[in-house]
Design a protein around this ligand. Sequence first.
Ligand code: VG1
Ligand code: CO
Length: 553
Amino acid sequence: MNEVERLGAPVVRTVESRPFSDQRPGTSGLRRKVARFAEPHYLENFVQAIFDALGGVAGCTLVVGGDGRYFSDRALATIVALAVGNGVGRLVVGRGGLLSTPAASCLIRARGADFGVLLTASHNPGGPDGDFGVKVNGPNGGPASPELAERIWRASLAVERYRIADLPALSFDRLGEVRLGATVLEVVDPVADYAALMERLFDFERIRELFARGRFRLRFDALHAVTGPYAVEIFERRLGAPPGTVLHAEPREDFGGAPPDPNPVVAAELVALMNGDDPPDLGAASDGDGDRNLILGPGFYVNPCDSLAVLTHHARLVPGYARGLAGVARSMPTSRAVDRVAARLGIPCYETPVGWKYFGSLLDAGRVTLCGEESFGTGSDHLREKDGLWAVLFWLNLIAVTGKPVRALVREHWQTFGRDYFARHDYEHLDPERAAALYGALRDRLSSLPGTQVGERTLVAADEFRYRDPVAGVESEGEGLRIFTEDGGRVVLRLSGTDTEGATLRLYFDRHETDPTRLELAAPAALADLVAVAEEVAGIAAHTGRTRPDLAI
Ligand code: VG1
Ligand code: CO
């Protein structure tokens, strides 16, 4: 606190600037190459646009933190200087600048903060040649609503100056408060509140017993990203899993060189461990900012769509959800596995566009308790972000209570509800114009597709997904193309909103299978006919020159 005397009132400068035309937030905040963010005024302009879109931030409480990726130090210093320059009342920062996305959501809610700024590009690669990003969260702790995101974009097109304070070099390594003019800077433990919330939701006693018997082994791969310190505290310290349970626990600014993406292709080391001799009982991983989850059993991959359905089915076994669920929601491309569980439970199931921001109003209104996306995102009304460690704890809790291994829980699910085979193909670094042309050409053909035959399949319906938020009444259009086959198959095609270089085309395939002899096929084989449908109707090879996807999961 004696910094008060030393600093006095910081000098605040108004810096003339010019708007950038590429600051429209995507699926989850603004994501660009580090080199773009490092350009003079680029980050400053965007942060000033956030402040302007909020109608000014004087006296507000702001939570700031991120996944610690390359450029975070500079970005944090800049954001603090802009916050002080704009008269923010209290700045709550995670120690070392670290906060996982779910922990930031938790802190915003616990502190009644007005908003949050999260420094992360999530699962995108880090390092000087990698990506950086800024996510903006509202007072409910969730991603800026679609409407606020548009306001930020419009504000970014009008920024002609920003207000920034001249501050000495600040350290964020020690807990406590420092006064900077009218602003109080508070450095907090990034883990404490979040870990306490997890203890309230899950039966830590039962999970502790699971580890105490010594027969159950977990390996959690933090991929050198933000969840390392959280996972060590929760799994190893509070739940008594042995040291070494958490792999790659130390956050690094380049995530050790690989993208911090917990899908079975990128997290190959963990997959190899789970497929090797003497595998652990549960394998899991999270992404750069800690909001995604990958769940594996010995020699067994749990599709995220199935994971959401299984958690929904068994939620009452977990203390935090023992009262039952109000409803569930999934993003449109996510398989319809959870819909079947919701129907059985007699609760509503909402289908939203891609991105967690669409779940916020449903969660706030108490209409849904659990929600998820095929992209390794699962969460609940405990926060307003998807939450990687929460999902792992949920699985641990279910295993502890039922005594059943991962594979048995999923198989049982398929036997009860049928299996929703699911796959996603990504084509990356496409020429944006060609990708847009592909999308546009298919959209224009949609109305002519029903009734046509492709290979053995008859197409029965096709549309472009649009959504009307049932709480806020806001309409969203152009949220992906859907094609349905007569046997209940579905192909979805959309363009990514998180890429930073060229365009990414995502194709999603799913179909429900109830034949008990066909529940254990490999997903690619079960969906090959739908892949052929996509190629035939969208002309992917012709438009892109590519004959195979960069990523198939
Ligand atoms: C992707 C996923 C989407 C997810 C988003 C943010 O978006 O498909 O489901 O919500 O990433 O995840 P897109 O537009 O590239 O398909 V994260 O972990 O960045 O917050
Ligand atoms: Co993420």
